[in-house]
Write a protein that binds this ligand. Sequence first.
Ligand SMILES: [Zn+2]
Length: 111
Amino acid sequence: MIKMKIEEDKLKCVFCSGWAAPARFHYREYLVRGWVCEKCGEKIIHHDDAGRILAINKLAHQKKLTARIAKVGNSFVFRIPKEVIVALGLKDKEVLSMSISNPKLISFAIP
Ligand SMILES: [Zn+2]
């Protein structure tokens, strides 16, 4: 963990003592919140986004995740494990797009 001094939304960079300004940037395939040092260009990822990336990577390495179908009134719902919802930052009643590639594969996309 990199300890940074917080001052007016900017952080003191521990690498060069310059100031890092709040920014959004890409880290691998993720768009994350964080800070970019104005002097040396070092990027610091917000701890919440770093935690989500770690949780997603942990889930991605599990051999099998399951979602159970349940009937609620006249509809059916997918029951997705809570750790998946938290890792992906999804919320109750959020709408996802769905596609069926073949009879054995359903894919969901987060808007
Ligand atoms: Zn720096």
